[in-house]
Design a protein around this ligand. Structure first.
Ligand code: ATR
Length: 289
């Protein structure tokens, strides 16, 4: 780190954003790699998003992450400003990572599908993807899950969603590998799956519980919850109790951040066990306050 070099400014835009673990995550990597950079939480109400976003480059920002509820608005703002949106972000319909190039168009990407798959490969390397998969939800997060699974060659992805029309829209977007399933049939749809993913906020601290009996789920099926607060959701607790392998959502958060960090700071950081332990300790602290 040379003192003469300008600090590379980055951050995360969300509303609310105080709960975000991204500053902790990127701060860890900045320190580890001795990079002269900063990563801050930017609380931006929906009505202010477009204006605040457009002002970031002149404030010296090299890039930002985008989180709830701005991911779709970011895609629209970049498109309207003549920026570049990656194929993946367009496919998912949401941007979670932005680079403000010094001499070029603003670039919007989506690294959630990458984060989802990397975490699955790391935590459940035995999973092969040759049987059907069930995904609960059809929002932005579930679309990223579908993009990851379809990209990995999964032939049948059952989208179980409360509003069936949204699952049907997803099938139109992603093609014949997506099979919409009604919310009433969520338990019967589990009979022959190799993977069950919760892509809804159900089970998250402050959200309602997910009402799902696992009796029909095969014993070897992997159960993956993209929720990471709490780390062990009631779904993962129930799956673990009956012997299913489980994957929590913290690794997805870590892995989706890696390519973004590389785009801004030029180093692809690692998902070390020390980093995970630090984030786990922070999540436990949140549970007790
Ligand atoms: P995100 O972008 O984080 O995925 P979202 O687009 O609001 O958020 O999607 C949330 C998902 O959780 C949706 O699939 C939603 O179902 P609907 O399409 O029917 O709204 C699902 N969800 C939220 N609350 C739910 C509940 N109480 N029961 C069942 N599904 C729920």
């Amino acid at each position: 780190m040379t003192p003469s070099k300008k600090t590379i400014r980055t951050g995360v835009m969300g509303w609310p954003v105080a709960h975000s673990r991204s500053p902790l995550l990127h701060g860890y990597w900045l320190k580890q790699h001795a990079i002269n950079g900063e990563y801050t939480a930017l609380a931006v109400p929906p009505g202010d998003f477009t204006k605040t976003f457009s002002q970031l480059p002149e404030q010296g920002f090299s890039g930002v992450n985008i989180t709830v509820p701005h991911k779709q608005a970011a895609l629209e703002a970049i498109t309207l400003a003549g920026g570049a949106v990656t194929e993946m972000a367009r496919h998912i319909g949401a941007v979670n990572a932005v680079v403000f190039h010094a001499n070029g168009p603003v670039e919007g990407d989506n690294t959630d599908a990458f984060g989802f798959m990397e975490n699955l490969r790391e935590k459940a390397p035995q999973w092969k993807g040759d049987n059907p998969v069930a995904v609960l939800g059809a929002g932005g997060a579930a679309r990223a899950v579908c993009a990851g699974l379809a990209g990995a060659g999964v032939k049948e992805i059952r989208i179980v969603n409360r509003t069936e029309e949204k699952a049907q829209n997803l099938a139109r977007m992603f093609g014949p590998s997506i099979i919409p399933v009604s919310w009433e049939d969520r338990e019967t749809s589990l009979a022959d799956v190799s993977l069950l993913v919760n892509g809804t906020p159900l089970g998250m601290a402050g959200s309602p519980l997910l009402d799902l009996a696992l009796a029909r789920l095969p014993a070897a099926a992997v159960v993956y919850d993209i929720v990471y607060a709490p780390l062990e959701t009631p779904l993962l607790g129930a799956a673990k109790a009956r012997g299913n392998p489980v994957v929590d959502g913290l690794g997805m958060l870590i892995h989706q951040a890696r390519p973004t960090f590389e785009a801004w700071f030029g180093v692809l950081p690692e998902a070390t066990s020390e980093l995970r332990e630090m984030l786990e300790a922070d999540l436990r602290k949140g549970e007790t306050t």
